[in-house]
Design a protein around this ligand. Structure first.
Ligand code: NAD
Length: 271
């Protein structure tokens, strides 16, 4: 079995990485940054985003596993003191029955530039388009029909597993990752007697798409998960549910709603 580790680079993550390499060697696992079967992310959700983008071209062949070094993460569900157990179950044929690969939907972002070229990206959490220094003005079409002229700070288009991240801060709904959908949420839209946007977030199914046509004369910031770029060459952006999926290896059940409960409510309330 081939594996790779992506860590956050802090002292705890580096120590755990070293420990995982030793455990892996004792089980005969082979370290490979070219074609790993498993990628272990050690750090937080941000580390998993880095791991995902590092292996973006091999998503079909890789199962990601996350160890969190801080508070419980959405993508990182193993604790540092479970690292030996993790290495054991990864290598135990008897545990293979308990191994479940879950596949989460992604958002595809196709950006058409002024020179007529289209570049395609995928996001694990979300894509955002935001104005820089000034209001973002952008036409939003849904399934090729004009929906609204957006004015405000920006637009966020998230995956179901990303619905608990930036989208949640924008009052978007939480979507179970078994649902193949994308969610459009507004970032501080301007609404008054002159300008009007829907104001609610919208959830599009797999066979729908939306197009954003940003006002050409303005500068904007495009973000795909933790990656940001200032652009002025964009004509339109099409978002849809990607045909690709990310695979997570689950060696024990960890239901999405339990993660939501533990992350946002916890045990200290409602006693
Ligand atoms: P980071 O690692 O500091 O992450 C920011 C926070 O988002 C962390 O607390 C992390 O645990 C949490 N997070 C990331 N993915 C999550 C998910 N799927 N569900 C629940 N929480 C999640 O910073 P980064 O590495 O730059 O991460 C980029 C992410 O930060 C973006 O993808 C975006 O979702 C998130 N973000 C959130 C806000 C906000 O909540 N207001 C604003 C900007 C970015």
């Amino acid at each position: 079995m081939k594996y790779f580790v992506v860590d956050r680079g802090d002292e705890i993550s580096l120590k755990l990485t070293e420990q995982f390499h030793q455990l892996a060697a004792s089980y005969g696992m082979i370290l490979s940054d070219e074609s790993p079967d498993y990628v272990v992310s050690i750090g937080g959700d941000g580390t998993m985003l880095h791991a995902f983008h590092r292996f973006i071209n091999r998503l079909n062949d890789i199962a990601f596993v996350g160890i969190h070094t801080g508070r419980l993460g959405f993508y990182a569900d193993w604790t540092p003191d479970e690292i030996e157990e993790l290495a054991r179950v990864m290598n135990s044929p008897a545990e293979a029955d308990h191994l479940r690969i879950v596949r989460y939907p992604l958002v595809e972002i196709a950006i058409t530039t002024k020179n007529g070229e289209t570049e395609t990206h995928v996001a694990l959490n979300e894509f955002t388009l935001r104005g820089i220094e000034e209001t973002l003005v952008a036409q939003l079409n849904i399934n090729d029909v004009t929906f609204e002229m957006f004015r405000g700070d920006g637009i966020c288009i998230s995956t179901p597993s990303g619905s608990t991240a930036y989208n949640k801060a924008l009052n978007g709904g939480l979507i179970h990752p078994s649902i193949e959908a994308i969610q459009i949420a507004e970032i501080a839209s301007i609404n008054n007697r002159v300008f009007r946007t829907l104001g609610s977030s919208m959830i599009l199914p797999k066979h729908h798409h939306c197009d954003i046509y940003p006002h050409a004369k303005r500068r904007f910031l495009l973000s795909i998960d933790h990656l940001h770029a200032q652009r002025s060459d964009v004509v339109s952006i099409r978002c849809r549910v990607s045909d690709r999926k990310v695979h997570f290896a689950r060696f024990r059940p960890y239901p999405f709603w339990s993660r939501v409960q533990r992350a946002f409510i916890g045990d200290d309330f409602n006693k």
